[in-house]
Design a protein around this ligand. Structure first.
Ligand SMILES: Cc1ncc(COP(=O)(O)O)c(C=O)c1O
Length: 364
């Protein structure tokens, strides 16, 4: 198996160039194709002209800028939290939280399929790590009730799991979590996709609780770059004071912060984007189910297809190519050993393109 995946060239918003062919692209995480939206690109260009590329210093020294404050305020307002802290990427959000809260908890209770950044964050937190079965409330409750009096747990989970678009039962976790416990939700995929107006998995689960810390990336649904920690003022204060990956790092390049701000504005002003994403995903899932495909009952716009043999994978690959669709066979830690096809629906796919994909998947 090659160590690195083949290079792909995006040629416009829903196509890629692959082995000299232009194919419809159902992969990646740019759910609204905001990474190529003309308004977002124009904002990045204006940002580059106005500010240059790089502040070349930490925000704690001479690298702060009003644009970062503006973006953090926009994020806090959009996600309806007390404060947002911008960090360099989605991966870094969880590490920064762990550095900020190190020593405050006795146990990290971690969903067994948590993202790699949560696994790394758990190692930095200085607490005993207990893994519970993936999205399994019974196992979660069992492990929680085994903790001794005086224990203070923090729960680590993805909000929406990128593998199949399923969601962690956040309300149920909170219902049994002690009042001094915390729930860290890596919402890299849920933010902008799920919940009222795209506020993410906590909103989707009807959860509003000061014990929740939501982390997100600006590089997926919002098509820009960077990450943000969303929560109470106390959490933000701890991150600003203690997280070395905040204090000791150069912030997101200003043009990208300008792009993220524009993307957020655009997204807020166009609720139809989220409606179109879910309408596309629902249409395709219904069409596939009618043809007898067994799909997970999940709200995310993701369709996992696990071939049961190498030959089956090859047959599907051929059908996809014949239909003009790029075959997104990926291997990823935590996924099936032989890899699987992860199809991701975007708001920008046309009904015709979805029909082509459905035809190739169902062989009809
Ligand atoms: C669940 C999850 N968390 C965090 C990240 C990291 O985000 P970023 O790419 O912005 O570093 C990713 C993916 O890249 C992810 O899928």
């Amino acid at each position: 198996m090659p160590i690195m995946a083949e290079p792909l060239q995006q040629v416009d918003r829903v196509f890629v160039r692959w082995h000299r062919r232009r194919l419809v692209y159902f992969a990646g995480c740019d759910y609204y194709r905001l990474a190529s939206h003309l308004r977002v690109l124009a904002a990045v260009r204006r940002g580059l002209k106005a500010y240059g590329l790089n502040v070349a210093a930490s925000r704690k020294t001479t690298g702060n800028h009003l644009l970062y404050d503006e973006l953090e305020q926009a994020l806090a307002s959009f996600f309806a939290v007390e404060q947002a802290v911008l960090v360099d990427s989605g991966y870094v959000t969880n590490l920064a939280v762990a550095q900020a809260l190190r020593g405050e908890f006795t146990h990290v209770m971690m969903d067994a399929r948590s993202h790699a950044s949560l696994t790394d964050a758990a190692m930095m937190l200085g607490a005993k790590v207990i893994s519970f079965a993936h999205r399994d409330l019974v196992d979660f409750r069992r492990q929680l009730s085994g903790l001794k009096d005086g224990a203070r747990p923090i729960v680590f989970t993805d909000g929406m799991f990128s593998y199949d678009g399923s969601v962690a039962p956040l309300a149920e976790y909170l219902a049994v979590l002690p009042v001094n416990g915390v729930l860290l939700v890596d919402d890299a995929h849920g933010a902008g996709v799920l919940g009222r107006a795209g506020q993410g998995t906590p909103s989707h689960c009807g959860v509003r609780d000061a014990r929740v810390i939501q982390t997100m990336t600006l590089s997926k649904a919002f098509g820009a770059f960077g990450g943000a920690i969303l929560g109470t003022r106390a959490v933000a204060k701890a991150v600003l004071a203690k997280a070395r990956c905040f204090t000791g790092a150069t912030p997101v390049p200003l043009p990208l912060a300008a792009g993220a701000l524009e993307s957020l504005r655009l997204f807020r002003a166009n609720p139809k984007l989220q409606m179109r994403l879910h309408a596309n995903a629902t249409w395709l899932k219904e069409r596939l189910r009618k043809s007898g495909m067994n799909l997970p009952d999940a709200p995310g716009p993701i369709i996992p297809v696990i071939p049961d043999s190498r030959e089956a994978a090859e047959r599907l690959r051929h059908r996809l190519l014949a239909a003009g669709v790029h075959p997104p066979l990926i291997r990823y830690p935590g996924g099936p050993d032989g890899g699987y096809f992860r199809f991701v629906i975007s708001s920008e796919h046309t009904r015709g393109q979805l029909t082509k994909l459905a035809g190739a998947l169902t062989n009809e």
